[in-house]
Design a protein around this ligand. Structure first.
Ligand code: ZN
Length: 88
């Protein structure tokens, strides 16, 4: 089973790299300042509650969900490890 350990190490490297990416991404999102009143993508108005819940929000729910789904699709392999680290 020694081969299994070597592979785990390689996977851990990938997870570390993707956590860094995720943190940078999260920070750049938070640093965007004021929430927009209208979605930057489709122009739909963003509800007040959503703007207060997500400071700096720039997209309506539909566009944000589409973007999140996109991010998850390209990142699904490392997603679980990243999430655990961020919750701590
Ligand atoms: Zn939109």
């Amino acid at each position: 089973m020694a081969g299994g350990w070597a592979r785990d190490g390689a996977v851990q490297d990938q997870i570390d790299a993707s956590v860094e990416d995720a943190v940078k991404h999260a920070r750049s999102r938070l640093a965007r300042g004021e929430s927009l009143k209208q979605c930057e993508q489709c122009g739909e108005s963003i509800p007040e509650a959503r703007r207060q819940a997500l400071p700096g929000v720039r997209k309506c729910i539909a566009c944000q969900e589409a973007e999140d789904a996109d991010n998850q699709a390209s990142n699904s392999f490392n997603r679980r490890g990243s999430k655990d680290s961020q919750l701590r």
